[in-house]
Write a protein that binds this ligand. Structure first.
Ligand code: GDP
Length: 620
């Protein structure tokens, strides 16, 4: 199904024409009826002669309500520009036309209304005027159809033209992520909250769990309607009314976006390709404040120009919009910027969650160019590069690609070595990716971090994993997934809870070797009751223990390796002969004190050489 949107100067006959075409008065508000003027969006629908229905969004033409016009015009397939034959082209004719052009509305028709008020030769002049303003816009060469809502002249021709244009229109894209930018929220007695909008990017179903992306609230769809007909499912490109469960209508504002949960994160800064309209009254300056309109939403934003400090009417540039209030937008959405009630320009969103930009920086511009125009593959790579490692859902959202397509593309890229996939098995929502460049860079970071750890602690066999993780600043999950791949790639060697560089060997300096010799001599001076207050660096002692040159049986008791082996031998053969041994037996057997005997036996239990039975030990 398709949506037609009106456009044109106030009082040029838009609402009257919609009513004449559809029989529905699009001016819903009492104030509109009282003032005889459209203030907000109006909605109607038309059954075409071929049987298809088409939705119509009627917009206000008054310059004070261009913001409302903007909230309705997003998502339309065909623009119906209405120009009154008696007044011809007026300021909002031009402004609305510029907006249609900025939003890249693909098709248009011009209805030259009120023909009952003018002579034929005047009509020719007005037609020429209209042709001229359409020049060099997307609507250039559009059909111009003279009509009168009063007499009905030209209405059948207009309907036929609408029908023929829509048969040539491609259905809205479906990326399986429905978005309903909400333009109205109200309550219906007995049903509760109803929101309306033009559905894009996917379909919605009754019963489905949904999220209001800006506020983050989740809810469920109780019912769906299109053109007052109940539907089980709404397809992209339709005007939809959705009845929501449990959210008061006053808490949902125009500009909120209804979507499936968990993907559309509101943003406060996005990068754009901006075109300043030739009619803009002034050049745009870096850091000026503007109002941004996109979908049905609007927000105040600071305009950051990425190339130079100024951009002139008619020029195009890369820019960032830093928003004062968050908006929920997707890549490739169109937007318009305005200031002081005048339209200045607009364009398309290229990076939805932009970082503070580097201005006048060629690589930034090149990245944005690829994000805008690159192949799916190039866009995926650039998207991952922006924050590595990137999760699948984030990548797909930021690149605004169909998830299944992105999955295929990424697994192909994995096989070709363009990306590194963390974790194993199929690509899931949580799967994270590095570009090959990003992965190499991570390897370097790991090498540097370990090298500096080894330099700082040359005696330690390796760094505790957690220490390395925090040095390279990865999340625990990313680290755990990356480590096996780093080991496989020969960057690291993991042993127990430690990780080291492959060529790292703890080693003692000459002075340390000297003190070790003295220390070992000291231990051997009384091998089974060695001194316990020995002045040796704890790091050196750990290394000796690690290397098997000493055995540290408790915090204070350390034996030389030979003494330890001898004692274990004596104790084992005693147990073999006697069946068991007590601490007192050990003390007597070794001619040592209870302190050493106790520490030794605890250690042997721990080593699973012996086992405690009552007061005695037996062999395991
Ligand atoms: P909108 O502001 O563009 O929606 O304009 P309206 O539909 O409210 O029309 C403005 C005025 O023009 C109303 O008084 C209409 O009755 C009148 N009007 C609209 N269409 C025609 C037409 O085809 N012929 C004549 N004579 N008057 C018209």
């Amino acid at each position: 199904m398709f949506v037609v949107g009106t456009a044109g100067h106030v009082d040029h006959g838009k609402s009257t024409l919609v009513q004449a075409l559809t029989g529905i008065d699009p001016d819903r508000l009492q104030e509109e009826k009282d003032r005889g003027m459209t203030i907000d969006l109006g909605f109607a629908w038309l059954q075409l002669p071929g049987g298809n229905e088409v939705s119509i969004v009627d917009v206000p033409g008054h310059e004070r309500f261009v913001n409302n016009m903007l909230a309705g015009v997003g998502g339309i397939d065909l623009a119906l520009l209405v120009v009154a034959a008696d007044e011809s082209v007026m300021p909002q004719t031009r402004e609305h036309l510029a907006i249609l052009d900025l939003l890249q509305i693909p098709r248009g028709l011009v209805a030259l209304t009120k023909t009952d008020l003018v002579e034929d030769d005047w009509l020719e002049l007005v037609t020429a005027d209209v042709e001229e303003v359409l020049e060099s816009t997307k609507l250039e060469g559009s059909q111009i159809i003279p009509v009168s809502a009063m007499t009905g002249d030209g209405l059948p021709e207009l309907i036929a033209a609408i029908e023929s244009m829509l048969t040539e229109t491609n259905p809205k894209k479906d990326v399986a992520r429905p978005r309903l930018p909400i333009d109205r929220s109200f309550t219906i007695t007995g049903f509760g909250t109803v929101v309306t909008g033009t559905l894009v990017d996917g379909s919605l179903e009754v019963g489905q769990e949904v999220e209001l992306a800006v506020s983050g609230r989740t809810t469920r769809i109780r019912g769906l309607q299109t053109h007052r007909q109940k539907e089980e499912m709404a397809e992209p490109g339709t005007r939809v009314a959705a009845n929501l469960i449990g959210v008061p209508h006053e808490e949902i504002h125009r500009g909120e976006v209804l979507t499936i949960p968990g993907w559309l994160r509101p943003t406060t800064a996005f990068d754009v390709h901006l075109r300043v309209i030739p009619d803009a009254p002034q050049s745009l300056r870096h850091n000026m404040f503007v109002t941004v309109h996109t979908g049905s939403s609007e927000a105040i934003a600071r305009l950051r120009l990425l190339e130079g400090d100024r951009v002139e009417p008619g020029q195009t540039t890369w820019a960032q919009l830093k928003l004062e209030t968050p908006l929920a937008v997707a890549k490739s959405d169109y937007f318009v910027i305005r200031s002081n009630l005048t339209t200045l320009g607009g364009g398309n969103i290229v990076d939805t969650h932009a970082r503070r930009p580097r201005r006048n920086h060629l690589p930034t511009i090149e990245r944005l160019e690829t994000m805008e125009k690159g192949s799916d593959r190039e866009i995926l790579l650039k998207t991952i590069e922006m924050s590595e490692p990137s999760g699948f859902v984030d990548i797909v959202n930021r690149a605004n690609l169909n998830p299944d397509m992105a999955k295929d593309e990424l697994s192909g890229m994995g096989c070709e070595g363009l990306v590194v996939t963390l974790g194993n098995g199929a690509i899931r929502n949580g799967t994270r990716f590095y570009t090959s460049g990003g992965w190499t860079a991570l390897g370097m970071r790991v090498r540097n971090a370990l090298a500096s750890y080894h330099e700082q602690f040359p005696l330690r066999p390796g760094s505790p994993k957690e220490e390395l993780r925090s040095r390279i600043n990865l999340t625990p999950q990313d680290f755990n997934d990356a480590l096996p791949l780093l080991n496989e790639g020969g960057v690291t060697v993991e042993s127990g809870s430690l990780v080291r560089l492959p060529d790292h060997k703890p080693s003692l300096s000459d002075t340390q070797e000297g003190s070790v010799t003295g220390y070992l001599k000291l231990l051997d001076s009384d091998p089974f009751s060695p001194p316990t207050d020995s002045p040796i660096d704890p790091e050196v002692l750990s290394l000796l223990d690690e290397q098997g040159r000493v055995v540290k049986v408790s915090e204070t008791v350390v034996f030389s390796a030979t003494a330890y082996q001898q004692m274990v031998g004596k104790i084992s053969s005693h147990i073999r002969d006697e069946g068991e041994i007590t601490v007192a037996d050990v003390r007597d057997l070794l001619g040592t004190s209870r302190k050493y005997a106790l520490a030794l036996m605890d250690h042997m239990d721990h080593q699973r050489i012996t086992r405690r039975v009552g007061d005695a030990r037996v062999l395991r």
